[in-house]
Structure formats: C-alpha cells, structure tokens
Ligand binder design. Structure first.
Ligand code: ZN
Length: 733
C-alpha cells in the first residue's frame, strides 16, 4: 500500500491516476485506511471500522459526562429494559483530538471504559443473555471504535507533529489491547454461553461473527497454542512493518540532463532544476517516477528509471517476505487450514482459495485477447519511433497508452481540464449525492476541526440529523498524500452519530484561481465519496460491528467503483462540468472522446491486475518452505504479465500490498465485476433515476455489515450477480 507521497506533480497532479495505472486499482488510499482498521479490528472483532474519540454530546458542554455514562449504562447493563437515551441530541459526536492532552485523555478514558465492560462481562453470575453479555461486549467495541479511527485520522492529518505522535501512541496502546482481547478465552466462553435461540437476526449475526473471529484468532486452542499464535502474530506485525519500511526508505535516484527530460512539462523540469547545476536528480518516488514514465520521450531514460524502481527494497525484502510467508503459513496451519490463502478467504465473499484462482483464470481468459490487441497497437506505434522495436516493455506502457489515447481520439488534457474548476466539481458531486440518496447536507460553521481548511457537514434525512462528515480536500505540508475515506465514528443507534472524513489532495481554489481539476481526479472524488456515503448511510445499527463499511472485504470497493460511473456520464457531467471562462457545459462530443480513449489499454490494465492478483495468491496457497520467490514470480508473470521480466529486478520486493492485502489482491477486480453488474440497472433507468437509487440505497448501502454481500446484491438485482456486464465492458471498444 502506498503511503504518503508528496504532492501533486505538475499543477493538477495526475499522480493518482498514474498510480492507479501502475498498481492499478489501488485506490489505495482510502481503502488502505479502512483496511488497516479492518485488519486491526478483525483481529479483534468483526472487522469493524472505527472511529474515534471519546465522546460527548454536541450541545451543552457540561452534559458530556452525564450523557456518556448514561449511554454506557443503559446499553451495557442488563438491568434497564427501557430503551436507552432519548433523542439525537444525546448521541455522542466525534471530538477531534487537537491537543496531546486530548489524545491522551481520550485514549485513557476509552481503554478504561473498554476494560470496565470486559469485567462486566466476566462478572455475570447468572444465565448469560443478550442483555448481560452481548450488549456490554458491543459497548466494549464502541469504546475501541472511539479511539482507533480517530487515532488513524489524526496521525495522518494533524498539522502538529506532537499531536500526530500522541495519536500514534494511542493507536499502539489500543491495538495491543485489542490483540489481547482476541485471545481472551474467558470472554469467548461468555459469548458462546449466550444461547442463540431467542436472539433476533442481527444479535445472532453479531454473536456468530464475533465467535468466528475469535476462533480465527485461535482463542479456542490450548494455552500453549494460543501463546504460539500470539508470538507468530507479533512477529508478523513486526516483519510487515519492516517490509513496508524497506520499500519506503529505499529512495533511488539518477542524474539526468535537461535534454533527456524532453516531453515532460516545463513546470516539472523547472521545479527540479537547481542553479548552476547542469544535472537534474530524478528519484523513484511517485511524483518523479510517474511523470517520467508518462511523458519522457527518451525510452532509455524510462527504462533506467523503471529498472531502478523495480529494484527498490531488493534484495533486502526477499528474506523478509520469505519469513512473512512462512509465519503466515504456520499461523494458518496451526488453526487447521491448509494454507494462508484458504484461511484468509474464509470470511470473504469468496470463502476459499479455489474461488480466487478460478476468478483469476476467468478474468484473465477474457482479457487476454484484448491484451494482445493492445500490445499489437502499442508495438505498431512504438515502431514509428524506433523502427527496430520488437517488443513492448514495462517502461513503454504509460507513455504509449497515453500517446495513443491522445493521437487516436484527440483528447487533450488542457481542453478537458477547462471544464472542471474545483468548486463546481465539489458542488456538483455534493448535489448529485444528495439527490440520489434522498438526504440533505448542511454546512456546520462552528464545528471543531483539525485544520482551519477542513469543512464540516451534517447529513439530514427530513428534519433528522443522521450523520456528520468532514472534508479535508487540499494538500498541505505533513498531510496524508493520497485520497482516502477515514471512518471516525461508527454509527450505533442511540449511542453515537456515524462520522467520517474525506482526506484528499485536490487543486486548491485558494491557491490558483479556478483550480482546474484533471478528469481522473474527478473520478477519484466520486470514488471516495462513494465510500463516504456507504460508511455514513449504513450507520444506524444496534451492533457496532454491523455499522459502516463492515461488509466482506472483497465487497468494499463496490459502491466506490460504481459511483465513478457518474463522472463519465454526459448528462450527469453537464450539470456541473462547465467551462471556467464561458460557462458552457462540457460538449457531448468531448465526453464521447474521453470515454473512447479510456477504452484503450483496458486489456493490458486488467492483465496486469491479474498478474498482481496471481502473485498475491500464489505466494500464499502452498507451503512456502521450499519456495523460490523469484521463480514463483517468473512463473506467474509468464501466465499473466503483459510485459517481459526485467533482469536484475524483483517486483515482489516492492509490492507493498503483499504486506497489507497478503493473498487478497483480487478484491479490487472482484468488486469491479459486481459493480459493473449493479450499474446496468442504473444504465437502463437513467443514472439519476429516483426509484433505482432508492432501491440501491436500501439494499446495498444501508445494510452495511448487517447482511451478507451476496444477499444484498440479490436483493437489489433480483438475482445473483453475474459476469456478463463485466465481460461486455471488457470487450467493448
Ligand atoms: Zn476505494
């Protein structure tokens, strides 16, 4: 997963799209964060999102203590049968950690509360019930939810280093607590002792999923085995950090002349030119790497940099990865699974590794002819520059895909950008979201935020405030460098208001007059907003683990990838994409050209994704003891990778997803298949069709983690999902 990088290169930074070309769908951004959270919680519970701080009520300040106490007691105790608390006003709202003290006190309080609820669970002397066991457990998770996500947000965005550090410290403490909890046999036995009979469907689901996650952590094993699992776990965490750090810290660079940079935008060159020096330093960091790959005419330069890029963390990470794979295998087999891939698939839509490998085979089977056609086109074009060219190489891919898109379809980035002044994009997106989901956003001027530029909005349904979100949209020093949705508080009925933030790095209207935005940034904005709506509109649940984006991990990218489609629709775009000088809406012909250009390169893109997915699976679906990582990679590459291997490089060493996603890289494409299927219904009825949108909200968005993903899809489509729409998309010219 990609961590921070600085800034947008070139004025309007294509950075993200480029990244997404490379690793592809990696919207990494957001989902990374979620990921981290999910991993962390799943350790502990059902993989819940999370959130933040401690709490309080918004309005009267002095109410804080009372209301928290009241809430906890009403919910956690078996005593009161009456419904907790009263109205919205009493609900806990997120409180931003703006000082070191605040971060610390919030962390202390929530850990203490969590521990109180744990004790409460253990101290039940009578027959175990939903009231005396499951509800306190829910509250225990609520308190973790008030720390972990807030810590994640603040450590990534707060302008003060000391506060970021305090947030990180809290994160470590909370994670430690969580990982001990997941091996807490007494708590597990207590939950198990609650009879399923008599529970409603949601309470039963809560119980079943928690038990599953506990079992997946090995809580039901004997003491010695649990100790072993815990040790493996700790080693895996440490090695995972090493793996990521080795990639992050291995910044390589080359010296080039201005002449070699021909093709790159002037501002790119100027920003890197130092007085008196004739040579310019170009690094393997994204803001250098992607522009060079996309624009440098000199293929030798692209080649040099690409090779260097694929040498990052090599050979050091070979050993680290090997150890990680061995530990994962040991962990999974100790728990009774045949390997890590099967273990990891159990709580996803796919359920087992066979489904993943069938999926990869099916997608790559469909994409291969398309890939071959793409490669042929690229080679033909490359021969115009180099008569003797015989093959298409990795370092050709960004450059020639872009070239062909421009030459064949006449799409000029400047022309497109003129229709996307940032303010109109933002307003347009917000209006469309309100209309589609039947809600109203209201700006809150006086809310506490972590930086003066952050905006706060409340979401209303009718007169009722149902959620809150923050927009932190523009780059600044020390801030998270990608685009991500950060959960802050998971909504829980009568307890706390669903809250989340979007953290992005789009052009800033305060810095340049119109802040013209690249179209791929517009689609990113829609993508992240799709996550945001999913997170917030699914926030009315009794059980915290069913709130927000707590569906199966391989379903998470469905609402976000689906919402990107709105940014490609002429009628939708015409609402807000207006020329910054003339005010004319974007012409139909231009959108058509953009769409056609976007079709080119789909085959190589999908196959490249399958290469990553295949690598991620094949490192985890067998005993790695005698595995040669390089040989395995070359074998997978032969089947899927559109480009020849580059000697003396090792993709696996810098493939960061191997640490966070392990065997699950397939999830992006899996979600895309489903989102293409869902989209058909909108296509037929019109993207802004109220009836379809309402059905979508009710069946896909609102359920959050309360319903199995496959069931949600069936509820919306009236049938199980199918491959047909994806196949049609893939084969369309
Ligand atoms: Zn995403």
């Amino acid at each position: 997963m990609i961590k921070k990088t600085e800034a947008s290169f070139i004025t309007n930074g294509n950075l993200k799209k480029k990244m997404s070309l490379l690793f592809s769908l990696i919207p990494e951004k957001r989902s990374l964060v979620m990921f981290a959270l999910a991993v962390l919680f799943s350790v502990l519970l059902v993989g819940c999102p999370a959130a933040k701080d401690k709490t309080k009520t918004t309005p009267p300040v002095d109410k804080e203590n009372t209301s928290e106490k009241q809430l906890d007691e009403n919910n956690g105790e078996s005593s009161g049968s009456e419904k907790p608390v009263k109205a919205t006003k009493e609900l806990v709202m997120a409180e931003i950690w703006n000082t070191v003290e605040k971060a610390k006190s919030s962390c202390d309080l929530n850990l203490q509360k969590a521990e109180e609820f744990r004790k409460k669970i253990l101290n039940v002397g009578e027959k175990r019930t939903e009231e005396n066991t499951l509800k306190p457990l829910n509250m225990l998770f609520v308190h973790l939810d008030r720390m972990l996500p807030m810590a994640e947000l603040i450590s990534n965005t707060h302008p003060k280093k000391s506060v970021r550090k305090a947030a990180e410290e809290c994160e470590q403490r909370a994670k430690k607590y969580a990982s001990e909890l997941k091996l807490d046999r007494e708590v597990y036995d207590a939950i198990k002792a609650v009879e399923e009979k008599g529970l409603d469907a949601y309470a039963a689901r809560f119980r079943t999923h928690i038990l599953r996650d506990y079992r997946r952590a090995g809580v039901d094993k004997d003491e010695k085995t649990r100790k072993k699992l815990s040790e493996i776990q700790q080693k895996m965490v440490k090695l995972g950090q090493d793996f990521a750090r080795n990639i992050r810290e291995d910044k390589k660079s080359i010296q080039v002349t201005k002449k070699e940079l021909a093709g790159l935008p002037d501002d790119f060159i100027k920003a890197r030119t130092k007085d008196k020096e004739t040579k310019i330093t170009i690094t393997t960091e994204y803001p250098d790497f992607f522009p060079v790959q996309a624009y440098a005419k000199d293929h030798k330069l692209r080649q040099r940099l690409y090779k260097l890029y694929l040498q990052r963390a090599y050979p050091v990470n070979e050993k680290v990865l090997k150890q990680i794979l061995e530990l994962r295998h040991e962990y999974a087999t100790t728990l009774g699974f045949s390997d890590w891939a099967d273990y990891n698939a159990e709580d996803k839509m796919v359920k087992n590794k066979k489904v993943i490998s069938d999926f990869i085979d099916k997608v790559s089977g469909l994409a291969k002819p398309r890939m071959n056609a793409d490669l042929k086109d690229i080679l033909t074009r490359k021969k115009k520059d180099y008569r003797r060219a015989r093959s298409v190489q990795s370092w050709d891919r960004f450059y020639y895909v872009k070239k062909i898109q421009a030459e064949r379809y006449g799409v000029k980035p400047d022309e497109v950008r003129a229709y996307f002044p940032f303010k109109s994009v933002k307003e347009g997106l917000m209006k469309i979201s309100q209309e589609l989901f039947g809600v109203r956003f209201k700006r809150v001027e006086d809310a506490e935020v972590w930086h003066p530029k952050v905006e706060t909005y409340d979401i209303y349904e009718g007169d009722k405030m149902i959620a809150r979100f923050y927009l932190d949209l523009h780059p600044r020093e020390g801030k998270y460098g990608h685009a991500a949705e950060f959960p802050i508080l998971s909504g829980v009925n009568n307890i706390q208001v669903p809250t989340a933030a979007l953290v992005t790095n789009f052009p800033d209207p305060d810095k340049s007059e119109h802040a013209l935005t690249e179209h791929n940034q517009v689609t990113t904005f829609f993508h992240e907003f799709g996550h945001l709506m999913h997170q917030l509109l699914s926030g009315r649940k009794d059980w915290v683990t069913q709130s927000g984006i707590n569906c199966e991990w391989d379903f998470v990218e469905v609402p976000s990838q689906l919402f990107e489609e709105w940014a490609w629709d002429q009628k939708v775009l015409a609402r807000f994409a207006k020329h910054y000088e003339t005010g004319d809406p974007i012409p139909e012909g231009l959108v058509e050209k953009m769409r056609k250009a976007d079709e080119f390169g789909k085959g190589i893109h999908v196959m490249r994704q399958m290469f990553y997915a295949g690598l991620s699976l094949n490192y985890h679906n067998k005993d790695p003891k005698n595995m040669d990582l390089m040989k395995e990679m070359l074998a997978v590459g032969k089947r899927y990778n559109p480009y020849p291997h580059i000697k003396e490089t090792a993709t696996f060493a810098s493939f960061g997803h191997l640490s966070g996603y392990s065997s699950m890289y397939y999830t992006y494409m899996w979600s895309l298949v489903i989102s293409k299927d869902l989209f058909k219904k909108f296509q037929e009825a019109g993207l802004m069709n109220k009836e379809v949108a309402t059905a979508y909200k009710n069946t896909i968005i609102e359920p959050g983690g309360a319903v199995d993903a496959a069931k949600m899809v069936e509820n919306f489509l009236g049938r199980p999902y199918s491959f047909a729409a994806f196949q049609k998309w893939l084969q369309k010219n």
